[in-house]
Design a protein around this ligand. Structure first.
Ligand code: FE
Length: 511
């Protein structure tokens, strides 16, 4: 009997010696959301998010289990006003207190130009990884740190950072990436996996790729559609174990599996901390079990970590002279939509039109609207949080037929519908095939004339081909140099009380 018991214990010991646990905490697309906010799709009453809450959660997890890593998949810049007003400096300073083990570079890290990005990222006290963005026409990496190896619980973990080439050109402003280029992520992933294979047990990719997150007030749930690029990439790679992905702003309550690769992501804006716990079997050299959860960062459930909170307060004070200026009040919030007109979209386009009243109309991308403006006082800070980009107003002359194509691209909904100024009426049917969805398009009450040349305004981001909108047939393009955010500030200042407008400018008739 004793002999049987001894054998059993030895067997159990040998099993546990081979199987080791590892916990990976993860985030993506934090977008400088330093403070908790109301988030309609999570809770009507409780505030959610904030970097000081996240910092506490990460520390708690690491304290309870030392075999824990915290990884992030990029897009920490651009969101609430603080990132824009400090060109990202505040965000890196805050992130330095968050015990991040590694992150990568997202498209929004380029929002103030790649030169600024290098200046800010060099201040990071945590590793940042990217292996496929190069100085244009060279083999020299812009950020010379493609991957790293960490060890936890005897498991050697290779971590690679890559930016999807499509996403890079789809969503970075042209002027911000002059002189740099993104190269094929699949090629470089294969190369780095081959280099890491013999030196590591588990390989994790921090990816920033695919289609951009839907900017709306209601969230999105089509997980597989939104992470299709990750599914496809994983299907072509051998030796990769995990992808933590960003850009789609799409949480994975259940991880996706593609070619044995576990794909996870969180919903954006510091609202969730992902937790992937896995068992790695050394004998089999593979992950044998895993569990995953997306943990909502409820403000009332965590205490701000004092180190992070101190940094946030320091930077808030630093920018408060600008951010706290009150412009007017609004009785109801300015909300966003990705598939139809929105209160915020209408206001932004009307503000641009007011700045250049000789224009026929103004269009703006839904993807540029990043945060609702709550009812009450409209401050400069809140406006920047809603539109945190340094875009300027560009004036375009273009034929009606080419303008129709712009609206068709919007109606495809890959990058979101075009938001429009007063004077535009557009109806579309999203059950129809792509590129033939627009069923009505009126300018100033008259159907768009395909042959007529119109003069309209938009941001330089769009005019340069951002979010997949094509302006190459424009007859003329002129950048006014006037900041869109300045036009928004001037417009809001002209009201004591601004009443948000919704008047059927953009309608999905299939809804
Ligand atoms: Fe993002």
């Amino acid at each position: 009997m004793r002999q049987i018991l001894t054998i059993c214990i030895l067997y159990c010991l040998s099993l546990s010696a081979h199987a080791q646990e590892l916990t990976i905490l993860y985030t993506n697309d934090i977008h400088g959301h330093f403070e908790p906010l109301k988030t309609a799709w999570i809770s009507d009453t409780r505030l959610v998010g904030g970097m000081a809450n996240l910092a506490t959660m990460v520390r708690n997890e690491k304290k309870n289990n030392k075999h824990t890593l915290y990884l992030d998949a990029g897009d920490y810049f651009t969101g609430p006003y603080m990132s824009t007003l400090t060109e990202g400096a505040a965000i890196i300073d805050i992130m330095n207190t968050m015990q991040i083990d590694a992150t990568t570079i997202g498209n929004h890290e380029f929002d103030h130009g790649w030169e600024n990005m290098l200046i800010q990222l060099k201040k990071a006290k945590f590793p940042i990884l990217n292996g496929n963005i190069f100085y244009k026409g060279t083999e020299k990496l812009l950020w010379s740190n493609p991957y790293m190896i960490l060890e936890r619980n005897g498991i050697r973990i290779g971590i690679i950072g890559l930016h999807g080439k499509f996403a890079f050109y789809d969503t970075t402003a042209d002027v911000m990436i002059q002189g740099v280029e993104a190269k094929d992520e699949e090629f470089y992933l294969k190369k780095y996996v081959a280099e890491l294979k013999d030196k590591t047990d588990v390989i994790v990719l921090l990816a920033h790729q695919g289609i951009p997150g839907r900017q709306s007030s209601t969230g999105s749930e089509d997980v597989a559609r939104n992470l299709q690029k990750d599914i496809d990439l994983a299907s072509k790679i051998e030796g990769l174990d995990i992808i933590i992905t960003g850009h789609a702003h799409q949480g994975t309550p259940e991880p996706l599996l593609s070619n044995g690769v576990i794909i996870v992501s969180t919903n954006a804006y510091s609202k969730e901390l992902g937790k992937l716990t896995l068992t790695y079997d050394k004998n089999k050299d593979k992950i044998t079990t895993y569990t995953n959860s997306l943990n909502i960062v409820y403000d009332d459930a965590y205490t701000d970590h004092p180190k992070t909170e101190k940094k946030i307060n320091k930077w808030k004070k630093h920018v408060s002279k600008i951010s706290d200026q009150v412009l007017c009040t609004i009785p109801t919030p300015l909300t966003r939509s990705y598939g139809e007109e929105s209160y915020l979209g209408n206001m932004v386009c009307d503000a641009m039109l007011k700045g250049q009243p000789e224009l026929d109309f103004v269009i703006s991308n839904s993807g540029g609207l990043r945060q609702d403006v709550d009812a009450g006082e409209v401050t400069i800070g809140r406006l920047i949080s809603a539109f945190p980009f340094t875009n300027s107003l560009e004036i375009i002359d273009m034929k009606g037929a080419d303008i129709r194509s712009l609206f068709e691209h919007g109606a495809g909904l890959t990058n979101g519908i075009l938001q429009v100024s007063k004077g535009v009426e557009m109806k579309y049917d999203d059950s129809k095939p792509m590129k033939s969805r627009v069923t009505m398009l009126n300018i100033k009450g008259v159907p768009l004339d395909d042959e007529k040349i119109y003069k309209f305004g938009t941001s330089n981001f769009l005019a340069d081909g951002g979010d997949g909108f094509v302006f190459k047939n424009a007859i003329s393009k002129k950048n006014t140099g006037i900041q869109v955010i300045q036009l928004m500030i001037d417009y809001m200042k002209s009201f004591e009380v601004y009443t948000p407008i919704m008047e059927g400018r953009v309608v999905n008739v299939n809804k």
